[in-house]
Write a protein that binds this ligand. Structure first.
Ligand code: ATP
Ligand code: BTN
Length: 317
């Protein structure tokens, strides 16, 4: 979708406009206008056609720039907005290409959505929000573990606001609702020496997926729709997330971030373990450096690596 499509939409939004008129305004042939109308219909727009011409009847539900822009009330984040109907992975695209700070890459579906450690992120087409944010800022690498927590915090706030559900943060990179995963974050950093060149912060959120669509991971995964029975507007939700993220990035405070994370931390005070690390104990919270503090038999210890996984010890009946 490009500028010409957007002009067509603007024109046919209020009036019926003939193909001839559109072709004159745009300086393209009538058959080119017709092809573009067809393409817009494929993008989900409902367009009335009669002898007098074309008229927009209903907008599209897709996260197209034209649709989401009115909700992106930000100063810099998302001003450059790149949309794909399908892509392998928005994170891979954002890493492999050179786009300016604040660019947002959004896809309706991903054929190779990634989680941590090469795990797969299932991206049901048109149901979730799959996006990556590009930041090019010289953030101190030591602050990165705390800075990265700002992304789940921002998304958590917005999901709670739009759904009324209680959303918990599973350290370091997941959001949970009623014990199941609703969103995941993949924050990847390109360093040169000790200098951060680029941060790609990707997030996948389950919004309108049905139980059937998540059937094979239903034991561990859920969506806003499954939890509430409602259908959510992905466009305004994405806009709110970008607004919230910009606010948090602009006024980033490690202390406030840690405090908020601890307020919404999943399994706080409960028995947890870290597979493969022989770590077992009570989850006390997140420390000032973004690590998890665990009370073990031999005292309190913090763990930092973003590659670690927390698991809850299941109580025996
Ligand atoms: P941990 O974060 O503790 O390592 P995890 O299993 O959540 O555990 P991640 O790498 O964070 O691991 O996330 C990838 C996992 O997320 C996959 O192994 C898969 O089980 C799960 N997953 C994939 N797609 C979805 C989805 N759309 N919704 C919820 N969970 C998903
Ligand atoms: C996880 O749960 O481990 C992280 C999942 C992150 C998924 C998102 S979807 C958009 C972006 N592109 C990807 O390939 N991954 C992230």
């Amino acid at each position: 979708m490009d500028r010409i499509d957007e002009i067509i939409l603007e024109r046919i939004k209020r009036d019926t406009v003939s193909g001839e008129e559109l072709s004159e305004i745009l300086g393209i042939s009538r058959s080119a206008v017709w092809k573009r109308i067809r393409k817009l219909e494929e993008y989900g727009y409902t367009i009335d056609r009669n002898r007098k011409g074309y008229r927009l009847k209903e907008g599209s539900d897709l996260l197209l720039p034209y649709e989401v822009r009115p909700y992106i009330k930000t100063n810099w984040l998302g001003k450059n907005y790149i949309f794909f109907e399908e892509i392998q992975s928005t994170n891979s695209f954002a890493r492999e290409n050179d786009y300016p700070d604040g660019t947002v890459v959004v896809a309706e579906s991903q054929t190779a959505g990634r989680g941590r450690k090469g795990r797969k992120w299932i991206s049901v087409p048109h149901r979730g929000i799959y996006a990556s944010i590009i930041l090019k800022r010289n953030i101190n690498p030591y602050v990165l573990p705390v800075f990265s927590l700002l992304f789940p915090l921002a998304v958590r706030n917005v999901l709670q606001e739009v759904s009324g559900l209680e959303v918990k943060i599973k350290w370091p990179n997941d959001l949970y609702v009623n014990g199941k995963k609703i969103a995941g974050f993949l924050i990847e950093t390109d360093l040169e020496g000790n200098t951060v060149q680029k941060i790609v912060a990707g997030f996948g959120i389950n919004i309108n997926q049905t139980e059937d669509e998540l059937s094979w991971i239903l034991d561990t995964a859920t969506s806003l729709h499954i939890e509430t029975g409602n259908i959510f507007d992905r466009k305004s939700t994405l806009g709110k997330i970008l607004v919230e993220l910009e606010k948090r990035i602009d006024s980033f405070s490690p202390e406030d971030t840690i405090r908020e994370i601890n307020e919404g931390l999943l399994w706080k005070g409960e028995e947890v373990y870290i597979p493969d690390e022989n770590v077992h104990g009570k989850l006390l919270g997140v420390d000032n450096y973004g690590g998890v503090k665990i009370l073990m038999e031999n005292g309190v210890k913090s763990f930092y690596s973003g590659d670690l996984s927390l698991r809850k010890v299941q109580k025996k009946e």
